[in-house]
Design a protein around this ligand. Structure first.
Ligand SMILES: N[C@@H](Cc1c[nH]c[nH+]1)C(=O)O
Length: 370
């Protein structure tokens, strides 16, 4: 098959100017927020041994990796699909003796074997923060707050955070709404599909009201409280209220307690971030455990943001370029760059500000809009 030289595989793309610049700025703005909260940057490897990555990813994500045989080691390698998993590996191996809680931040590209219907891309930018060693309510409050700050720094407004309780069914099945162990998975799948008929067919009518306990936080949490007759969820509900309280006024909070899509490894708390104007979720996070070879698994809390939609819809006019006509003194250019301008110097008389995509031109000692 003849492959045209500009063709990329399905789900991959190049970013051109000025989008690539916008992408860098958006990421920078968010990463600076993470750094300002004390999250130290790590830069994990692009590819790993497939067996190691799979072990840390949980079974659900195992088949999501793009794999290939490495001619050098002879082993199967996988390209990373989620940097959180790598941060967990680093935290519990090379940084296993670093004091806890350990705050780590990351930014990079991740790859998916298959695109999702809503997201045709298979290569995504992912950045985030992981708080290793703590999955308390305080940790969750910090993580949700940092995620909101990061999005705000990138200019995102009207943020909605959708809370979920990833282990809800297991919790309820223990005592409040008893379920045979072999039915738990089936009930979870019916709840995933929001299928009332399916739940009834399983004899799990007691779980039906959970389908209605969704929507704006205040109302949904009351419905959840009403279902929770045995009080098995009391501490969870209390925790959700505390987290919602810390972000009140900064984001809309909703609750969908049975939502599990994308929460393969989260433990008691999970959240998805949306914002007005973006159809896809902008981020996700929650509490989870990281396996440790040298002892019991470690609790952690974190989030990942997926900023590509912000770049796709960004106002590209934010990238300003100042044309320096032929003969502009070198010191003038240096001063303007020092002042924050991106300068484009003419190389001969034929160069023009408009043709070179400049937004401004340096004339009579001033930057004049083109
Ligand atoms: N990495 C997860 C989100 C997450 C980060 N930390 C904990 N959970 C995801 O992208 O879905």
């Amino acid at each position: 098959m003849h492959i045209p030289p500009d063709l990329l595989p399905e789900g991959f793309r190049d970013r051109l100017p000025p989008q690539a610049e916008v992408a860098a700025r958006v990421s920078r703005a968010m990463i600076d927020v993470l750094a300002s909260y004390g999250y130290a940057r790590v830069a994990p490897a692009m590819a790993e041994f497939e067996s190691v990555l799979a072990k840390h990813s949980g079974d659900a994500n195992r088949n999501q990796h793009l794999r290939f045989t490495d001619p050098v080691s002879g082993h199967t390698l996988a390209l990373r699909g989620d940097i959180t998993v790598q941060v967990g590996r680093i935290a519990t191996t090379r940084m296993k003796d670093a004091p806890r809680p350990l705050r780590l931040a990351y930014h990079g590209q991740v790859l998916r074997l298959r695109a999702k219907q809503l997201r045709p891309e298979r290569e995504l930018t992912q950045l985030g923060a992981e708080l290793v060693g703590n999955d308390s309510v305080a940790a969750a409050c910090e993580i949700v707050g940092v995620a909101i700050d990061a999005l705000e720094a990138a200019g995102v407004k009207d943020i909605t955070i959708d809370f979920t309780l990833p282990d809800l069914v297991e919790r309820l099945a223990e005592k409040a709404l008893p379920l045979a162990a072999d039915k738990i998975d089936a009930v979870r799948s019916e709840l995933d599909m929001k299928d009332a008929g399916g739940l009834s067919a399983l004899g799990a009518d007691a779980y039906l009201p959970l389908l209605a306990a969704t929507g704006p936080f205040a109302e949904a949490v009351e419905k959840l409280r009403a279902i929770d007759a045995g009080g098995a969820l009391a501490s969870r509900i209390h925790a959700l209220e505390a987290i919602a309280g810390t972000i009140a006024g900064r984001a809309n909070v909703t609750l969908d307690p049975t939502e599990r899509h994308g929460f393969e490894y989260q433990s008691w708390f999970g959240f998805t971030i949306f914002a007005k104007g973006y159809s896809a979720a902008l981020g996700r996070g929650g509490t989870y455990y990281i396996d440790r070879a040298d002892g019991p698994s470690e609790p952690a809390t974190g989030f990942s943001l997926y900023p590509d939609p912000l770049v796709d819809l960004a106002d590209e006019s934010v990238v300003r370029r100042l044309f320096l006509p032929l003969g502009t003194e070198a010191v003038t250019g240096a001063k303007l760059r020092h002042d924050g301008w991106a300068t484009v110097a003419a190389l001969d008389e034929n160069d023009s500000a408009a043709v070179l995509g400049c937004t401004h031109i340096w004339m009579n000692g001033q930057a004049i809009p083109v």
